[in-house]
Write a protein that binds this ligand. Sequence first.
Ligand SMILES: *[C@@H]1O[C@H](CO)[C@@H](O)[C@H](O)[C@H]1NC(C)=O
Ligand SMILES: *[C@@H]1O[C@H](CO)[C@@H](O)[C@H](O)[C@H]1NC(C)=O
Length: 492
Amino acid sequence: MLVTSPNASMETETFITVGAALLLLLSLRWIVYQRFPLLVLPRTSFSALFKSAIDIPPEVLSRQIIDTSKKGPVVRIGTNEVVITDNSLVRSLYASFSKWPEWYESPEDKLFYGQLSLFGMTHPKEHSARRRILSNVFSKSLRNSPHVKNVTREILLGRMIREAEIPSGSSVVRNVRPVHEAFDMDFLTAFAFTPTFSTNFLNDSDEFNQFCSWVRELRGGSPDAGKSAKCNLENWCLEMCRAYRAASLLPTHQTISHCTAEALYSAGLQEREVAAEILDHLITAKKNLAVVHTYSVYMLSIYTDVQERIREELRSLSLDTLSIDGLDSLPFFNAVVSEIMRTHTEVKALTPRQVPDAGYLIPQHITGQSTFLPAGTVVSSTREALHSNADIFPQPLCFWPERWMGSSESVNHKLAGKIQPQELRNHLWYFGSGTYGCVAREYALYEIKMLLAATYMEFSTIVVDCPKGIVYDERQVLFPPAEVPVRFQKVV
Ligand SMILES: *[C@@H]1O[C@H](CO)[C@@H](O)[C@H](O)[C@H]1NC(C)=O
Ligand SMILES: *[C@@H]1O[C@H](CO)[C@@H](O)[C@H](O)[C@H]1NC(C)=O
């Protein structure tokens, strides 16, 4: 007799029920993941599922990103925001995504003279037309231009180095940050308008302090103070533009290549458009470039072994004929510059782009599973996240220029990476990449290298308040405090 026991039939039923439930769950899961493909990604916090990351303080977000990126190169930071920390993926995304999210655009009342400058031009056509003009101004050939040679001779060698007038054998203490800001402005206004029409902040502290207070109020003052500061800055820059313009219309004037005002006027821009573009460069440089100079001097003032080695290498060059081509032939000097750029990550801003209408499928070999980014997803990266990838830069929190030096020095060192220095350079994302990467990178590199070289050819530096007796074993990455008093001594 074949009788199924009631038990067995119950078992079958249970089995079927559980199976059906499981199937339902699986299909639900499948539907949810189809609908919300970002759910598969590691996330910075639980609240990232429901909120935008806009309000998270950049340094907190940055830390969260670095921690989470250990789980994968695409990290979810908000409802529809992800951060990418894989170098090749970042480069290909930034090359192909050209749209910025709307909230990233400058509000009308923030614009100088009511005009957009390159940085705020999010419309691709407008952006590429302006970018073309500026790419020529800031192109690599600036390093051999007679105009830039004049700027270097007058501002860097003349005002910054020689006028420091420190007699041999004695030394002076300087708070370097404001000196670097003043230098930065003099150098950049000389580049934009020729030395004749440049600021003279290095030698005129009243004017410089006035300028600094305007910039401070523009950023963080009360609404009224902000408005009046903006107006003062606009008038100040417009005056420089007009002075240059008047001179450039004289019959004796010759075309000057790599001079910003010259290029913008020649392209047919209106006075206010020229002024808006240049004022934007000045304010950005005051913030970004000066801190790199200060960071460099701070690091070399603490790691005096690195400083000594740089100076040794620089002995083969002379200040009067200093050129960037000469500097490019010095391996250790360039290794130090690369390491400075890798470790200097003070600017933590995300640089968001929007995924276009078709969405984007991240290839499986990058994330281990294919990941679909739906249209409108906001994608960003930070150079801090890219530069602290321990697979590429072992012990990323160690300031170790030798990692850029090639096998002879680093191959047996415990901090040596798996990647050859030549390829390592592809992992530096200091200036961003793609059509919205920093247009002035050649200019910035020129200024950073030339100032660093000239400073250490003439002076030796130590940090005044350096706690005595501390030996920084692995040369940690350190960030300068707001005030950085440094003792300069003339090298004999
Ligand atoms: C460079 O400076 C010299 C001397 O001041 C001047 O005669 C020359 O025209 C300048 N050249 C450029 C390209 O600005
Ligand atoms: C710097 O300022 C001093 C005094 O204000 C002045 O005598 C000197 O000529 C100035 N130097 C330059 C290069 O402007």
